[in-house]
Design a protein around this ligand. Structure first.
Ligand code: HEC
Length: 158
């Protein structure tokens, strides 16, 4: 079972400016090699411009320290074993509390009710776990900054 306890202190109280600097400049974490924020950065991982609306702080923490636990939709393949023994594999498009949608080699996405799933295995995330790469203080600053990235606000202002 995942326990965020040793990291609970990183959820609140970080420094926004320091977090912004970790994303853009930290030589170990190299976030912008893979992610873009405000239009600049890499494309290996999802854009982070709106991540504050997508994930809450607990989920942000998890995405950073245990990236393979939950894969961002569209960014990882998973293998599912159904209760009848069938195995299916595909790229995760969407997941909610009723079903999983997979992109497979078929034209239509495959819908799998959670009830039918016996086991699932995520492929490894392409993102390195940050727990050993940056300090807890940097994690806390990052969570403060990431939590503030909300596209919609800017659209309303514009
Ligand atoms: C080597 C490439 C790489 C680096 C470096 C990297 N990431 Fe990622 N990141 C990814 C990929 C690929 C995913 C999608 C798979 C997943 O969810 O783990 C991802 C997912 C995420 C997510 C979850 C997004 C979602 O919509 O669920 C967050 C948040 C994130 N990264 C933040 C960061 C931050 C902050 C850093 C720097 C501290 C960083 N990443 C460094 C590749 C990278």
């Amino acid at each position: 079972m995942f326990s965020a306890n040793p990291f609970q202190e990183t959820l609140y109280g970080g420094n926004w400016w320091a977090g912004r600097s970790v994303i853009n400049n930290n030589p170990t974490a190299q976030c912008v090699r893979c992610h873009s924020v405000n239009g600049s950065g890499g494309e290996v991982g999802p854009k982070l411009d709106n991540i504050g609306n997508v994930l809450d702080r607990q989920q942000l923490l998890e995405a950073l320290i245990e990236p393979s636990k939950r894969l961002a939709p569209g960014y990882g393949s998973i293998t599912i074993t159904l209760k009848d023994g069938q195995k299916v594999q595909g790229v995760l498009i969407e997941e909610n509390n009723k079903e999983i949608l997979l992109r497979t080699s078929e034209a239509e996405p495959l819908r799998i009710p959670l009830m039918r799933i016996a086991q699932r295995e995520n492929s490894m995330s392409a993102m390195p776990a940050m727990s050993r790469m940056i300090s807890r203080r940097e994690l806390r600053d990052l969570i403060q900054y990431l939590g503030s990235l909300r596209n919609k606000v800017r659209i309303i202002e514009g």
